[in-house]
Design a protein around this ligand. Sequence first.
Ligand code: SF4
Length: 408
Amino acid sequence: MSVVLEHGNSPAADATVPWMVEDRGVPAMDPGEFADGALRPIAEKVLGGEYLTAEDGMALWETRDIFSLGEMANHMRRQKHGNVAYYNINRHINYSNICALACKFCEFHRKRGENGAYEFSHDDVFRIAGDAAAAGATEVHIVGGLHPWLPFDWYLEMLRGLRTRFPKLHVKAFTAIEINHFTKISKLSTREVLTALKEAGLGSMPGGGAEVFDDRVHDEVFKGKLRADGWMEVHRTAHQLGIRTNATILYGHVESRAERIGHLIKLRELQDEAPKGAGFQTIIPLSFIPEGSELGHLPGNTGLEDLKMLAISRLMLPNFEHVKAFWIMQSMKLSQVSLSWGVDDLDGTVVWYDITKREGGAGNQHQEQTVEGIRRLIVEAGFVPVERDTLYRRVVRSADGKQWSVAT
Ligand code: SF4
C-alpha cells in the first residue's frame, strides 16, 4: 500500500538516456501543409496566441485530419513546457463513500448500511497519510461522498491533525460539491467555509464535480448536484482567497460535443477573472467509464475520442498552464501517447483510488504506478520526466528517494 520509490528514479539513471536533455524549443508548424483546410485559420490563431471560438472548437471535433489537430496541440504544449513532462508522488484518500446523493454516472456512492459502505476515522486518515509521507509522497488528495451526518468540525479537525503530524505534506482536498455541502451543514457562506478550511490546513482544491456545465446534461444525469454557476462560484471564491484549484470535465456520457466546447469556454472565462498568480492550475479531462454506473448501457469513449478531448482541451484553454491525463481513466498507454497531443502532466503514483476502476470489480481499487514505471513511459515517449509538487514546483530527492525538497 505504500508509495513505491525504486531504483531508476535518480537523475544519474536518466542521464544514461542520450535524448534526455531538457529542450524548450518549439517545432515549426506550417498550417499551409495541413490536409484539412478548415484547420488552417485555426492554426494561425494558435500561432498568434488568439483564443479559439466555439465554432473553431467544433471544427476541431469534426476534422478527420487528426495529425494536424495533434500537431497544433503539441505546438501549444511545447511553447509552455518544451519537452518536459510532469508527474507527482501522491496518495488518494477517499474518506467515505456514504453520500446523500445518487448521481447516475457514479459507481462510488453508497447509503449508510448498504453493502460496501465505509467511513474512515481520523486515525485511519492519519495512518494512511503517514504511510504515504514516510514513503516520500508530497501530496494527499482527499475527497469523499456528501456524508449526511459528519459535522463540519470533523473536516477541520482532519486538516488540523494532518498539518500537525505531516507539515510537509500538501493537502489537496474537497471538490466544489463537498464545499457546497459544508456550507449547508455549517450554515456558513462559501467564503467562510473556504477561509476556515484554509486556516485549518487546506493547501489547494481538486477540480472534480464540474462534470459538464450544461443544465440539460445536469438535469438528466446529476440532478441534485451543484449546478455550473454554483461550481464556478466556489472556485471563483477560492481563487479570490488565494487557493489554487484544478478543473475537470467528465465527458463521454449524454453530453454533446458542442456542450463540451461550451464547458471549456466557461472555464476559460473564469480563469480570466482570477487574480494574478491564482486561479486554475490544470484541466483534467475525465473519460467517462460506464461500467458499474446507472449509465452502464452507454458505449464509453474510444481511444481516439480521448486523444481528441485532451488535444482540444489544450487548444481551447491557452490560459491554463497544464493539461493532465488521469491514467486511471484514460489508461497508462493512452496517457503516454497523449504527451504528444497537448498533455504535459501524467498525475501521480496514485495508490488507492476508489471512485472509478477502469477494470471494474470489487477489491480492485489498488491502482498504483511506480515512479520508475511513470518515468520510463515518459522517456519512451521522448520527454524528460520532472517530478513536481502540487503547485508544479520541481522536487529534488535524496538518493533513497524518501527525503525531498522543492528546487530553488
Ligand atoms: S458523484 Fe459525488 S455527489 Fe454524486 S453520488 Fe457520487 S459521491 Fe455522491
